[in-house]
Design a protein around this ligand. Sequence first.
Ligand SMILES: Nc1ncnc2c1ncn2[C@@H]1O[C@H](COP(=O)(O)OP(=O)(O)OP(=O)(O)O)[C@@H](O)[C@H]1O
Ligand SMILES: [Mg+2]
Length: 379
Amino acid sequence: MTVREPAPADGMLLEVRRLTHVYRNGEPGEVLAVHDVDLDVASGEAVALIAPSGRGKTTLLRVLAGLEAPSGGHVRVAAYELAGLKPRELDEYRRRVVGYVRQQPESGLWPHLSALRNVQVPMLGDGWTAAERTARAQRLLTAMGIGGRGEMADVLTAGGVSRWFEAGGSHVQAVQSVSFRVAEAELVAVVGRSGAGTTALLSICGGLDRPDQGSLVVAGHDMTSLAGSARDAFLQRSVGWVPQRPRLLPLLTVEENVAMVLRIGGAPDEEALRAAHASLDAIGLRGRAHHRGDELSTSQQRQVALACALVRAPALLIADQPTAHLDFDAAQGVLAILRAAADSGTAVLLATRDPGVTGVADRAFLMEGGALAERRLPW
Ligand SMILES: Nc1ncnc2c1ncn2[C@@H]1O[C@H](COP(=O)(O)OP(=O)(O)OP(=O)(O)O)[C@@H](O)[C@H]1O
Ligand SMILES: [Mg+2]
């Protein structure tokens, strides 16, 4: 098999030079399956290898996946030179760097396990909690369009949540014994007049505030007992927030604002920027990547705040009045982004004063005086 002459390899994710692979099955059974292959693949690029049966396509892919040691030549994927890897490095490369779908993928599935459990198998032993594994596997199945084949797990479960505030010498019960749940891939809207308690409720659900009474479990974590740095790390990783009055850092560009979310979480600059671009692409704002935060319209700022909330693909996205002060078209754009986030597996919880917003919701609640009641849709 011989592949095209490569372009210059600057910044290439995958770089193959004069790759040769020989299968030695004993005399005289030597098979030259791949010889003199040059290939470059950039990050974000999709490349198809097209050739008749028996020309070495699978062999080449197996070498790139780290399953077959190259007989000759040079193969680099990201920072890994495949020819010189020690067994531990090779193991890490196979587990963390490359995903491989075999020609007969069903041979890798456990017949006695559900689809949801099968997807979790490669995550075992990699430091994920059971709840994180389940949530991630469910999101992946949903993204593949077969989310219904797994069980839809609840991402948020609130039971009898109450919150009192004391202000000016009087007691206000902002949230009154609220019980509800939001499942993966579900968009739930809470509709309430100003002062009904929606922000107070969302603040508790998203971990910014704690209930005075009641239970709250988010992505398998008990939010009433989770504390300190474990709580911070969990919230950073699993909950995306679009606050009622989103604020971008005005002196940073749009892409820097979005990348900042990941850099704070410890991601390397380049990776953070790449993810920021993908997130901005998804909401159609890539063209504004180099604008500063204060050079955007209100609706664009709201969209960037959404990109910031979605860039880590959170299990739960909370959006407080995401369409307030937007004209009809801009509001529809924001709602379409929220719907797409839910369709890709994220649990979305939004608060609004506008019952029209429930048009994109799977379920809706009316909040009045701190209490919540489910309403049948259409509203
Ligand atoms: N930190 C606080 N201290 C005292 N009272 C508060 C506090 N936060 C909220 N409240 C009170 O709780 C009630 C609910 O407030 P909340 O902000 O949740 O309303 P909301 O439904 O979000 O309204 P809006 O639609 O205007 O945003 C109000 O009476 C408010 O004054
Ligand atoms: Mg509010």
